[in-house]
Write a protein that binds this ligand. Structure first.
Ligand SMILES: NC(=O)C1=CN([C@@H]2O[C@H](COP(=O)(O)OP(=O)(O)OC[C@H]3O[C@@H](n4cnc5c(N)ncnc54)[C@H](OP(=O)(O)O)[C@@H]3O)[C@@H](O)[C@H]2O)C=CC1
Ligand SMILES: CCCCCCCCCCCCCCCC(=O)[C@@H](N)CO
Length: 342
């Protein structure tokens, strides 16, 4: 009985998914913009997803600007991206530059770095906001300074850089592409992520509103929703992450930064509003489409026909998340009892 149900569910969901992917790749192949010779600015480009985006852009012939704080890591990343350029055409030293700026810092510094970047490589065609970080902690333990830092880097940093770049894109009148990095944790609020989920959800609404404003200017907006991704930032986050957060996040799988970056660049070049990886990513973004912009008819079809069944499936995920939390809660109580009696 259960077997038949599972088989039916797979038939309803997996088959349409595979069919859509096939159709997608068929229809989108021709629509893709090129990056050859264009300027791509990547914040957080010295590490993890941002660095992989920079490499992906370079492999498509783009000129790349990296923005982050730590100069040593920027230098190392610049060399790595130059390596990609060199493989492409046997030279490439002039195609990668970096700026050390704190995106949670002063606006003047951010604005002047972008001006300089554009002065040497031309107007930015694609901006990828990747600078950000996650810290998971139980709600009442989160210091105010951490909430502020999470909002400053993840939300305000992207806000400020994008303001500067979009102003210049509008002046040029040649269109462009803006990418924000949210998270699957920006679509579903997760245990331990009260501050982080709030910051990443805010990025989504910023992107939706901006999309409406810049569309007439030929500027596309894309939001990337990565699941757990193997990066230095992810390793750092794992040092203090509550076990509940880890176990719940694992439901969406673990991906490489190359997988996330490749999909991000492809989706942005096709002007899609949403970019994600994995089957859970597909289900979650389809279910959470809400009043978000419609970038292609196939995604719209998926949202119309699959939202109902995905909401049902979400009940199973939420049930298993709540079981994880209950189980860990019981373990903690038992451990506390043991230490009391000892
Ligand atoms: N890895 C994951 O599991 C997931 C990541 N994400 C998001 O993807 C993005 C990239 O994450 P990931 O690659 O893991 O992170 P990493 O820590 O590996 O890289 C973060 C990058 O951002 C830069 N950065 C951080 N803070 C600032 C700042 N204040 N000013 C300028 N640059 C800054 C870092 O350089 P420096 O420190 O030198 O400034 C580094 O280049 C983040 O927004 C993250 O929230 C979303 C979902 C999952
Ligand atoms: C139909 C319904 C489908 C439901 C699927 C639900 C899956 C939810 C899992 C959420 C995973 C969140 C990972 C966040 C990673 C992150 O942001 C940090 N690692 C940042 O570094």
């Amino acid at each position: 009985m259960v077997f038949v149900f599972v088989l039916g569910l797979l038939g309803c969901v997996l088959l349409p998914y595979l069919l859509m992917r096939l159709l997608w790749s068929h229809f989108s192949a021709g629509k893709q913009q090129q990056l050859n010779g264009k300027h791509v600015l990547v914040t957080g480009g010295s590490s993890g997803i941002g660095l992989s985006v920079a490499r992906e852009a370079a492999s498509r012939g783009a000129k790349v600007t990296l923005v982050a704080r730590n100069v040593d890591r920027l230098l190392e990343a610049k060399r790595a991206v130059e390596g990609v350029c060199a493989k492409l055409e046997g030279e490439g030293s002039s195609k990668v530059q970096f700026f050390s700026v704190d995106l949670a810092g002063r606006r003047e510094h951010i604005a002047s770095a972008i001006k300089e970047a554009e002065a040497s490589m031309g107007p930015v065609y694609m901006l990828v906001n990747c600078a950000g970080f996650a810290r998971a902690q139980v709600f009442e333990d989160i210091p105010q300074s951490l909430v502020k830092e999470l909002l400053d880097v993840n939300l305000m940093g992207s806000f400020t850089v994008t303001q500067e770049v979009v102003r210049s894109m509008k002046q040029q009148g040649k269109g462009g592409a803006v990418v924000f990095t949210s998270s699957q944790g920006g679509l579903v609020g997760l245990y331990g992520f009260t501050a982080y989920s709030a910051a990443k959800a805010a990025v989504v609404k910023l992107a939706e509103a901006l999309h409406m404003e810049v569309k007439p200017h030929g500027i596309t907006v894309t939001v990337c929703y990565p699941p757990d991704t193997q990066t230095p930032g992810f390793q750092e986050e794992n040092k203090t992450k509550p076990i509940e957060t880890r176990l719940i996040s694992e439901a969406a799988g673990l991906f490489t930064s190359e997988q996330v970056a490749k999909k991000l660049v492809e989706d942005a070049l096709q002007g899609k509003f949403t970019s994600t990886v994995g089957f859970e990513g597909f289900m979650l973004t389809t279910l959470c489409a809400g009043m978000g912009p419609i970038s292609d008819s196939l995604s719209l079809l998926a949202q119309v026909f699959l939202s109902g069944i995905f909401r049902l499936i979400s009940a199973f995920y939420l049930w298993s998340f709540s079981n994880i939390i209950k189980r860990e809660h019981r373990k903690k109580i038992a451990a506390a009892m043991r230490t009391k009696t000892e």
